[in-house]
Write a protein that binds this ligand. Structure first.
Ligand SMILES: Nc1nc2c(ncn2[C@@H]2O[C@H](COP(=O)(O)OP(=O)(O)OP(=O)(O)O)[C@@H](O)[C@H]2O)c(=O)[nH]1
Length: 682
């Protein structure tokens, strides 16, 4: 790794849709700047990014990886982010700590549409970003069409910083829109200047005029020049580009072929010239934090294969030195990362992204400082709600004890995972963002913690209730075995309660026919029975009243009354028309408006009840659909939703209420092949 940094640094995230070429672009950036002497490839699983075993196995990024290089005296730290929506949390956490982002996309209309949530995040956080249209070696749509599609999904104006020169579907060079100089690409070498291609004159002029108009919207001087037909000086255009990119007012667009290093040098040149310096980003983020104590923020937590903890941090202010105590924890070492390689350094200055080891108890997103306790917390990316679940069991029974410690570490590495031990079904449920996300988590459990797991679909936590009142049911427990016997005798009234009221127990005993001290035993017996009703599920929304009974001076006990109450319930509940209840979720689906009708169909097809839908005020072209959805229908809902919406549809959910299961379906559930994990017969 190069240590000859003379002036400043830049921290740049590489983001964009799944498989758009981000890791390949990182490899190319490291190669053209001399940080690596040979380029690895995704196919050969030897790139600097994607170095984790779980990434290599799948040829996809499943976590962020950082790598530094040096270009013209400036240190660049690139953070390669996963593109899959299932790993979006990683990307959002890392984006908080950079000065700019390169959004890598492919020249394919549908793929461009999938950029919308990312653009929204970048704009909500005002993170300056550049678009790099990659894979221009097989661009089968026209440049203008690509630009048009990009403009449709970005709330900020896009400005073409380059105009590509194409030969059929292959990029061969570009025209720099500031200088209007044309260049020809060559494999393995920088581009050469060439004469302006006359055939592109008209297209290029139109695109350049649009760029200047967009810049002039934020610069009155430039606007006056344009109105008076004065050609603005190049320095002025560059100054505007830097200022407007830095403030996230415009989004410059570049084109390239990462695999052939085409467009990569102009990209890094532009980052050097136009991306904001780390001080500018820090000023913006720390505006409410006075003083000069060191402040850093955790962008990612890793547990290395050797079991050590590494926290990737952005140093916002001050200098971090080895052994410094941050939030009360002594750092165990400072490292610069190159994928999975770590290089020890003595200190890290403000504006750098480095890894700190052994920050026990400190999580991704946390702000760390030398102040004790840390009074300041910088904003962090919102935590995504889990939308997909699997029930997990260790393959080896005695691994159960190890599981909770390992899952805790897993969750530290990835806060978009969650887990619970379900109160009713007793299953351990792992929640996450999708099938691949959970498979990666399970791979980590197996590889890093030697905990192979088996999985199955979680059971639906059905409940049961009753429809009819049973005015009086008798339970008598009488047992004689040597010594003194057991005697309890009760009459219960069992009544349905309105939905959601749970359970209540009353008594109307007069004249001490059931002595006070035995009544808690009756309630206990009733409660025990209700935990597992005749249909096999907990019984809810029931009121039970102890109305009468009798006792025996010697043989009665609380235990005997408990048994008597159980017997009464065993007789009574089946007479009260037991019926199956299912949990209903209130879900709020977010989708591009063009897919709303498909989403409505999807919900209706899954027994959803649409409560309404409307356009989002904060997101043009997107709708929110609110519905009730049976939990039994939620298991793979996200999978279908994504497949209907080019992967960008998402939803929030919360448990809302219990509802009777339709009779036909209830029969199937009870026969063991209803929806959900209780036999799952979808
Ligand atoms: N034709 C062509 N293929 C490319 C180019 N860049 C990358 N690829 C291929 O696209 C595929 C995905 O590349 P990656 O670099 O892994 O993409 P990514 O965006 O990092 O993927 P995720 O992080 O998993 O979203 C690989 O097969 C690459 O070889 C390019 O410029 N042209």
């Amino acid at each position: 790794m190069n240590e000859k940094v003379k002036s400043g640094s830049r921290n740049v995230a590489i983001v964009g849709p799944y498989l758009s070429g981000k890791t390949t672009l990182l490899e190319s950036l490291l190669f053209v700047t001399g940080a690596i002497s040979r380029k690895g490839s995704i196919k050969d699983s030897n790139t600097v990014g994607d170095s984790a075993a779980e990434s290599r196995d799948r040829h996809m990024s499943v976590e962020v990886s950082a790598a530094s290089t040096e270009y013209n005296g400036t240190r660049f730290t690139f953070v390669d982010c996963p593109g899959s929506v299932e790993f979006a949390q990683e990307t959002y956490n890392a984006l908080i700590g950079v000065d700019a982002a390169i959004v890598v996309c492919e020249p394919i209309r549908d793929r461009v549409l999938t950029l919308a949530p990312l653009f929204k995040f970048l704009d909500d956080w005002e993170i300056p970003h550049i678009v790099f249209v990659n894979k221009m070696d097989r661009a089968n749509i026209h440049v203008l069409e690509t630009l048009h599609a990009l403009k449709a999904v970005s709330s900020r104006p896009l400005v073409a910083h380059q105009y590509p020169i194409m030969q059929g579907e292959q990029l061969t060079g570009f025209i720099d829109m500031v200088s209007e100089q044309a260049y020809q690409y060559h494999p393995g070498a920088p581009a050469d200047p060439i004469p302006f291609p006359e055939s592109l004159k008209e297209e290029e002029h139109t695109a350049r005029a649009e760029m200047l108009e967009a810049l002039a919207n934020f610069d009155d001087h430039l606007l006056e020049e344009l109105l008076e037909d004065i050609e603005p000086p190049q320095e002025e255009i560059l100054k505007d580009l830097k200022m407007e990119l830095g403030a996230d007012l415009v989004v410059p667009v570049f084109f390239g072929v990462a695999e052939q290093d085409y467009g990569v040098r102009p990209l890094i040149e532009a980052l050097l010239r136009e991306a904001p310096e780390p001080e500018t980003t820090a000023e913006r983020r720390l505006k409410n934090f006075k003083g000069n104590t060191p402040i850093a923020q955790i962008l990612k937590t890793y547990y290395t294969p050797q079991g050590g903890k590494l926290s990737l941090v952005r140093v916002w202010r001050g200098k971090l030195t080895d052994g410094l105590v941050l939030n009360g924890v002594r750092t165990g070492g400072i490292y610069r990362l190159m994928g999975q390689q770590q290089q020890f350094v003595n200190e890290a200055a403000a504006g750098e992204i480095v890894a700190l080891s052994r920050l026990e108890g400190i999580k991704t997103g946390d702000t760390i400082s030398t102040e004790q306790p840390s009074a300041m917390q910088l904003p962090k990316a919102e935590q995504l709600e889990p939308v997909y679940a699997l029930a997990i069991t260790p393959e080896k029974r005695n691994d159960e004890v190890k599981l909770s410690g390992a899952i805790t570490k897993l969750l530290e590495e990835d806060c978009s995972l969650a887990w619970e031990q379900h109160g009713d079904t007793h299953e351990v449920i792992l929640w996450g963002q999708g099938e691949i996300h959970l498979q990666v988590a399970l791979d980590r459990l197996r590889r890093k913690y030697n905990l192979p797991m088996t999985t199955h679909l979680p059971q639906v936590p059905y409940k049961e209730t009753i429809r009819k009142t049973v005015a009086s049911v008798h339970g008598r427990y009488k047992h004689q075995s040597g010594g003194h016997g057991q005697f309890g005798d009760v009459f219960l009234e069992i009544k349905p309660l309105p939905r959601g009221e749970g359970f209540n127990f009353n008594e109307t005993i007069v004249g001490g026919v059931v002595p006070r001290q035995y009544i808690p035993g009756v309630e206990m017996g009733v409660r025990e029975f209700l935990a597992h009703g005749p249909l096999g599920f907990p019984v809810v929304d029931v009121a039970v009243t102890l109305t009468n009974g009798s006792y025996h001076n010697v043989d009665s006990s609380e235990q005997a009354f408990k048994q008597a109450a159980r017997l009464a319930m065993q007789t009574g509940i089946p007479q009260a028309q037991p019926t199956l209840l299912e949990p209903i979720l209130r879900i709020e689906v977010t989708t591009p408006s063009e897919f709303t009708s498909k989403v409505l169909q999807l919900l209706s097809g899954r027994r959803g009840q649409i409560l309404g839908y409307e356009g989002r005020n904060d997101w043009q072209g997107w709708d929110n659909v609110v519905a009730y959805l049976p939990q039994a229908e939620m298991q793979d809902f996200i999978v279908e939703l994504r497949s209907l919406t080019l992967g960008v549809g998402s939803f929030h959910w919360a448990y809302d209420h219990l509802q009777e299961v339709p009779e036909k379906l209830a029969e199937r559930v009870l026969a063991g092949n209803g929806n959900g994990g209780n036999g799952n017969g979808k």
